[in-house]
Design a protein around this ligand. Structure first.
Ligand code: DOR
Ligand code: ZN
Length: 364
């Protein structure tokens, strides 16, 4: 049975920079993706709105032009958020909003993940001029919601972790101080975060990755399957169950696709492992597997409706652009994933790295 869906939007992904960009963009186009919100954690970061690239930062204008030249001009939508660094000012937000170049900003916890060393503590931003300007001008705040600078034992423990701490301690303060701020809680991984988002007003939404809907910490630890290592790290069964129930709740409008596909040409090294799962080329197949496991098989009429909401409709509606009028097709049949050869080196997709084959495939 063929599943025909509107082309979908990946509202959190990493296309990087340099000659490999075109390979990553193509992998997204190949999986029926009609547009993306492309993360600004390049080196240097995307820390200005306009103007030429300087040694301390790209601009949204400059990075978007590079992406378009690398094939992203085929997308219906391309959003590059501004990386919130110490350079960000209220004037930058106001002018950026007026020019139309600025649609979103990205919060990174300092040193919390790949290239996040330019991030600021959330407490430095709450109540400040940048968030007030974003609130006033309708600019969306994309949040990597983990408390920074926790020691190992507090970073992940049975009853709390960096994400639960952030959603219990920082997010209520943020919403109190900025009640109109549009917020995307990105790549949420926990029961706490899912409950938090579900209880907030409509202008607070969340993205969820395929790996967090499919896997748990046990999958990562058993055999140390490091291709599953991403941040925030996959969590426990009750967390996965909460994410699955959030995305399959009838009529839900707050949760949408954001793969966090994060290619690394060097993943595990002698002294650590780069964070990021590469799901370019296979994300809709993985999401379909997760919906099936959650009891909402996209091959059934009811499951299809829920899947389409999450993958194709809620993201555009949250970000205020139209859903795609083009379509792509999938079917429930085994498929294989392969190493992506790029000019920067080979990248291993998550299923291949973990040793499983998707049970859905793209129909081209
Ligand atoms: O796993 C991750 N990889 N999480 C992030 O927040 C960043 C990303 C990357 O850029 O590699
Ligand atoms: Zn990311």
């Amino acid at each position: 049975m063929l599943l025909t869906l509107p082309k979908w939007f990946d509202l959190h992904t990493h296309f990087r920079q340099g000659p490999a960009m075109a390979s990553y963009v193509q992998a997204h186009l190949d999986m029926g993706c009609a547009g993306a919100l492309a993360m600004p954690n390049t080196q240097p970061p995307v820390s200005r709105v306009s103007g030429t690239t300087q040694s301390d930062g790209w601009s949204i204008e400059g990075y978007s032009a590079e992406l378009r030249a690398a094939g992203a001009d085929a997308f219906e939508q391309l959003i590059v958020p501004l990386y919130l660094t110490r350079q960000a000012t209220a004037a930058m937000i106001r002018d950026g909003a007026a020019s139309g170049l600025l649609r979103a900003c990205k919060y990174y916890p300092p040193h919390g993940t790949t290239n996040s060393e330019h991030g600021l503590p959330m407490d430095d931003l709450i109540g400040g001029e940048v968030f007030h300007a974003m609130e006033e001008h309708g600019i969306t705040l994309c949040i990597h919601g983990e408390q920074h600078a926790l020691s190992g034992p507090d970073y992940i423990d049975a009853r709390q972790n960096a994400e639960t701490r952030f959603y219990r301690e920082r997010m209520p303060r943020l919403l109190d101080a900025h009640p109109k701020l549009r917020i995307v809680c990105e790549h949420i991984t926990t029961h706490d975060a899912a409950e938090f988002v579900a209880a907030t007003p409509e202008h607070v939404g969340a993205t969820i990755t395929p790996q967090h809907l499919l896997h748990t910490l046990g999958h990562l630890i058993q055999g140390l399957k490091y291709h599953l290592y991403c941040l925030p790290v996959v969590k426990f069964q009750d967390d996965r169950a909460a994410l699955r129930s959030a995305v399959t709740r009838a009529g839900q409008t707050k949760f949408f696709a954001g793969t966090d596909s994060a290619p690394h040409t060097t993943k595990a090294t002698a002294c650590g492992c780069a964070a990021g799962c590469f799901t370019g080329g296979c994300a809709p197949q993985l999401y379909a597997m997760a919906f099936e496991e959650a009891g909402a098989d996209p091959g059934t009429a009811g499951g299809k409706e829920l899947f389409e909401r999450f993958l194709c409709l809620n993201g555009p509606s949250f970000h205020g652009f139209p859903a795609s009028s083009q379509h792509f097709q999938m079917e429930k049949a085994p498929s294989q994933t392969a190493i992506l050869e790029t000019p920067a080196g080979p990248v291993t997709p998550l299923p291949l790295g973990m040793g499983f084959d998707p049970t859905w495939r793209m129909v081209r």
